[in-house]
Write a protein that binds this ligand. Structure first.
Ligand code: ADP
Length: 518
């Protein structure tokens, strides 16, 4: 076997492998099907490119985005690795030429979009060629649980059956929760060795901020970190424009990126940001895919992202150079409504099933904002990685502030949910505990039950904050459906049975949060 380290050095100019790369490459070289799960920027491409260089024949890479394919092919050719992409923009003559070159073993790597696999002409041409590896990039696109489901990925096994050769299959993704992982294995219909690596980006400091005016917070942050470059994500074009205008008027070197801009404008801002002419990019989540800029010192989310996958992918664009970087999420409960609106009003994915999946993921994102535990560990566990008790580099672990014992309050909340048969949603439970005289409570005679008014000394939003914390820490689950109801988890039962204590950080008590309208 060729020395893969030499290849790494000779072609790519790197001295050492990153975590996980070497094992994955060796496994593929042993012709074993492989699923590599690595975070964005972890270096997945090299894992199939090095085997591609060593194998006889070609490696066919299935990739979802034309722009990604173009970038990869340009980069590979400049390194002296013959490669090409086939997509719908090619003329008949150009594609004939490419197939001729494939027959002559001219290329090591050929990129295609998944839709192409269903094209009869493509299939006729490719099926008899010497294909040694099929690399499925962004493999989560095959799962409805993934964030970018692409139906055409489901056609991959059909395509594989038609090939005359039997290539080794490698699949890669950055975002594989256990559910997505099962889908990738099931829908690709293979039995791979699974490598889950390097999810923990130790140089990233994760922070959630609550109850602040987000623009004021951003301005203060930029002032305290002057000279540093980073990305500010906002969820709507309007918000992007407004933050951009504000920062521009204050003299910051700032660009913006959203779907409402002309292609040429977007491209110009993006290039200037990548080339360090602009320090700050204010953008919707349309920005960032395939951008390789290593010195992003912060990623601030002005709004709640739709799920943990998107959050980690976007936040993960910080600190790719391995130096310290900040990932800050400014949480405002009204953003939950915006995300719910996006779920309800998506004209493409509007089946109940898909909406429920999205609600469940949104819940996990909201719980991230409420948990009192290590938030790095929260993310890692979400992706199926190991739990950490204290990472020493997130806002919860670094908060050594005062704590307050709210065991009694937690017991009251849990017993109220239990006594009312786990039939009600958060507003009802809050109302009962706070002794509200709301019509529904009176109508159902809930003012007669023993837990009614048990927390009357608290404002409703304070009761709500305790419930959020209990949800965030996994004592209560929100059951989805038309009227989401609160349900107790095993953890809640053992909390009561074993007389456990429940403590929160005083800094988590957020007086300014308003839940109106939720
Ligand atoms: P991913 O697809 O996982 O997001 P890429 O494959 O695009 O990541 O790699 C991200 C960056 O890391 C690229 O610039 C790549 O050249 C670089 N990289 C990959 N492997 C190594 C390595 N072993 N040493 C240094 N840099 C690496």
């Amino acid at each position: 076997m060729n020395n893969i380290r030499e290849i790494l050095k000779k072609y790519f100019g790197y001295v050492d492998f990153r975590e996980g790369q070497e094992e994955i490459i060796k496994n593929i070289l042993n012709k074993k099907d492989t699923l590599g799960i690595m975070p964005t920027g972890g270096g997945k491409s090299i894992c199939y490119q090095i085997p591609a260089l060593i194998f006889d024949g070609i490696t066919l890479v299935i990739s979802p985005l034309i722009s990604l394919m173009q970038d990869q092919v340009t980069a590979l050719n400049s390194l002296g690795i013959e490669s090409v992409y086939i997509n719908s923009s090619l003329s008949q003559r150009e594609s004939n030429e490419i197939f001729k070159n494939i027959s002559l073993d001219q290329y090591k790597i050929v990129y295609v979009a998944p839709e192409r696999l269903e094209n009869e002409y493509f299939l006729e041409q490719i099926k008899s060629k010497n294909i040694s590896q099929i690399a499925v990039d962004e493999a989560h696109c095959i799962s409805q649980w993934g964030h970018d489901f692409r139906k055409s990925y489901l056609g991959i096994p059909r395509f594989l059956k038609k090939l005359q050769s039997k290539p080794v299959i490698s699949a890669f993704t950055a975002t594989a929760t256990p559910k997505v992982r099962n889908d990738i294995v099931g829908n690709l219909n293979f039995d791979p060795d699974i490598y889950l690596n390097g999810f923990d980006r130790k140089n990233l400091k994760f922070t959630t901020v609550k109850g602040v005016n987000s623009l004021a917070y951003i301005k203060k942050y930029l002032k305290e970190h002057s000279g540093e470059g980073g990305i500010i994500y906002a969820s709507t074009r309007k918000e992007v424009d407004s933050i951009y205008n504000e920062l521009l008027s204050r003299g910051y070197k700032v660009g913006k990126y959203h779907a409402g801009l002309k292609d040429s404008e977007r491209e110009e801002y993006q290039n200037r940001f990548v080339e360090d002419e602009l320090d700050i990019m204010v953008a919707t989540n349309a920005f960032g895919m395939g951008i390789d800029k290593s010195n992003v010192r912060f990623v601030i989310h002005n709004n709640l992202p739709k799920d943990i996958e998107s959050y980690y992918q976007e936040a993960g664009r910080a600190g790719r150079d391995g130096l310290e970087a900040n990932c800050i999420l400014i949480f405002n409960p009204k953003d939950i409504l915006t995300q719910r609106f996006f779920i309800e009003n998506n004209q493409f994915d509007n089946s109940r099933e898909i909406m429920d999946v999205k609600y469940e993921k949104l819940n996990a994102m909201v719980n991230y904002c409420h948990t009192s535990k290590c938030i790095r560990s929260y993310i890692l566990e979400y992706f199926g990685d190991e739990k950490i008790e204290n990472c020493s580099n997130c806002s919860n672990c670094l908060d050594t502030g005062q704590t307050e014992d709210i065991t009694i309050e937690a017991q009251k909340v849990i017993s109220c949910i239990g006594r009312t048969g786990e039939r009600f949603g958060v507003n009802m439970i809050v109302g009962i505990l706070a002794g509200s005289k709301n019509q529904n409570i009176l109508k159902w005679n809930l003012n007669k039950i023993s837990t009614y008014s048990l927390m009357k000394e608290y404002k409703q939003k304070e009761v709500r904050a305790i419930i959020d914390l209990l949800i965030g820490d996994g004592y209560i689950e929100v059951l989805k459906g038309e009227f989401p109801t609160l349900k107790l988890t095993k953890k809640a039962y053992s909390f009561i049975k074993n007389r456990e204590t429940f403590v929160r950080k005083v800094a988590q008590v957020d007086k300014k949060i308003s839940y109106e309208g939720e």
